[in-house]
Write a protein that binds this ligand. Structure first.
Ligand SMILES: Cc1cc2nc3c(=O)[nH]c(=O)nc-3n(C[C@H](O)[C@H](O)[C@H](O)COP(=O)(O)O)c2cc1C
Length: 486
């Protein structure tokens, strides 16, 4: 069953013990950000702020809506619940379910009205400070209104409408700024099409709605895929879209807040810095494109979703690596490669993938790594660890073990100097290269047994399932409680 809006999801999180209502007054200036950050550190329930200083009743903030949980077997509960799955779902089941639904996209339906039109401010009425936008981290360049949202833009030459999540800082009552990175889809549209033709690019920012909407926006889908269709597939029902007031774009009708306008060509204004997904404030204030706001529409008592990015595990680490795992797994399988599972651990902030494979011939790990790097998530993945298919890649204990005993420190590690341009912010690059995304590299850690070894040369794994006869294993499992274990 799909969620109608963010409010239904909030009720579900509360019912599952994954949300705390905070009625005590909190300050949008750093306090909200600090509480969200602390909730990630403790893997505590999502904070729902109902009383924000200076904003009276009505304006609310939801933090950590996709953060991880400290409850046993429920690490990814909020992600699973967002997809309408059992909160105790295994991570490999979430990945396989995502792939299944992703293959059945559902087109949106257009509706004539929706809750996001309950309040409409146009032109002079627009005031972005109307919302309790937080200063999230100390030293941020301003108040960030876009941290868990979608930015809608349309390709001028086709029917491709992109939803992406790109940070947005308030400059003043009617303008915002943020990263428009050339390798990202918004960057391809803006620099290669709109700006190249000296045309403004219309945008719509939407926040709230069904939780899959934000998840799809930050997932690395291929170009020319309409994220709204994927969102429909993930929720099993079409997303209802309503037309914007001042631009020729459509947004989810149950959004909490919608911001519409244009990004003009060749205009830049200083934006940032910001505590980022890499776990550092990894870039300085620098000139970036400007979003001019023509209209804002919002629900009564609007809820602003906020993600407080930083060291893992926050939303970007809990969601993007998992959807990346699914996208890569699907892509590699479609290429006919014998892949068992792909897992980008959240702690690796989308920069590492471990892949379990059935090795077909010598050097097979290299083929897998090259194929992986030629995917959209691959541009973020400097580190690929390839293991044999008896290793559960969703279990880092097994992955680290395989790495430490099977990866030859000289012959098992391959370094590749040539790499496409990374998106901004890679902390291991120099400040100059970090800004341009240049001077990258890739490394493959081959933790598979060499195919050319004869079977008798491969050491036997000293594990319960390998080094004991089947009848003894079965006896021990059958009698486990009789030995006194609970
Ligand atoms: C909270 C959050 C903020 C993000 N901010 C940015 C950003 O400012 N710029 C950017 O290029 N990517 C950002 N990303 C990553 C993109 O959302 C992600 O790469 C997505 O795939 C972009 O959509 P696209 O593939 O359609 O370009 C962010 C992700 C999250 C989870």
């Amino acid at each position: 069953m799909a969620y109608k809006d963010l409010r239904e999801f909030i009720a579900k999180l509360e019912e599952e013990g994954e949300l705390v209502r905070i009625k005590k007054e909190v300050d949008w200036d750093l306090e909200v950000g600090a509480i969200i950050r602390r909730s990630y550190d403790l893997m505590a329930p999502a904070p729902f702020f109902e009383n924000i200083k200076g904003y009276g009743n009505g304006f609310k903030i939801l933090g950590a809506s996709a953060g991880v949980s400290n409850k046993p077997n429920r690490y990814f509960a909020r992600l699973a619940l967002s997809l309408g799955m059992n909160p105790e779902s295994k991570i490999s089941d979430i990945i396989e379910e995502y792939i299944k639904r992703r293959k059945n996209p559902i087109k949106p339906v257009i509706v004539s009205d929706g809750p996001c039109k309950e309040n409409i401010d146009i032109g002079d009425e627009v005031n972005l400070y109307k919302f309790p936008t937080p200063v999230i981290h100390e030293g941020d360049g301003g108040r960030y209104i876009g941290t868990w949202h979608i930015v809608v833009t349309k390709d001028p030459d086709s029917e491709w409408v992109n939803w992406g999540m790109y940070r947005l800082m308030i400059h003043d009552e009617k303008t915002m700024g943020g990263i428009i990175a050339p390798p990202q889809h918004i960057g391809q549209m803006y620099y290669q099409k709109y700006e190249a033709r000296n045309k403004p690019m219309e945008f719509a920012v939407a926040m709230g709605g069904d939780p899959v909407i934000a998840i799809v926006a930050c997932s690395m889908l291929p170009p020319y895929v309409n994220e709204v269709d994927v969102a429909g597939g993930l929720r099993g029902e079409p997303v209802e879209l309503v037309k914007c007031e001042t631009v020729d774009l459509y947004v989810p009708a149950t959004s909490e807040i919608v911001i519409e306008g244009e990004v003009l060509p060749y205009e830049r204004k200083e934006e940032g810095p910001f505590g980022e997904y890499v776990g550092y404030r990894a870039s300085e204030r620098s000139p970036k494109p400007v979003y001019h706001v023509k209209a804002v529409t919002y629900r009564n008592d609007p809820i602003l979703p906020v993600s407080c990015m930083g060291v893992p595990v926050d939303e970007s680490a809990a969601v993007v690596p998992i959807t990346n795992s699914a996208e890569i797994l699907n892509e590699l399988r479609e290429q006919g490669l014998p892949i068992k599972m792909v897992y980008c651990p959240p702690e690796g902030v989308s920069h590492m993938a471990s892949v379990s494979i059935k090795v077909s011939y010598p050097n097979f790990a290299k083929k897998v790594a090259y194929s992986l790097w030629a995917t959209k998530p691959g541009i973020y993945l400097p580190y690929v660890v390839v293991v044999d298919d008896d290793v559960d890649v969703t279990n880092m204990v097994e992955v680290i073990h395989a790495f430490c005993v099977k990866c030859h420190p000289y012959r098992g590690i391959y370094k590749f100097k040539d790499s496409p341009t990374y998106p901004f912010l890679m902390p291991f690059l120099s400040p100059e290269n970090r800004l341009k995304g240049t001077d990258g590299g890739y490394a493959l850690f081959d933790c598979t047994w060499p195919k050319q070894w004869p079977p008798e040369a491969i050491p036997k794994k000293a594990s319960f399932d390998v080094l004991w006869p089947k009848d003894i294993q079965e006896k021990v499992l059958k009698n486990w409680k009789d030995y006194g274990y609970k």
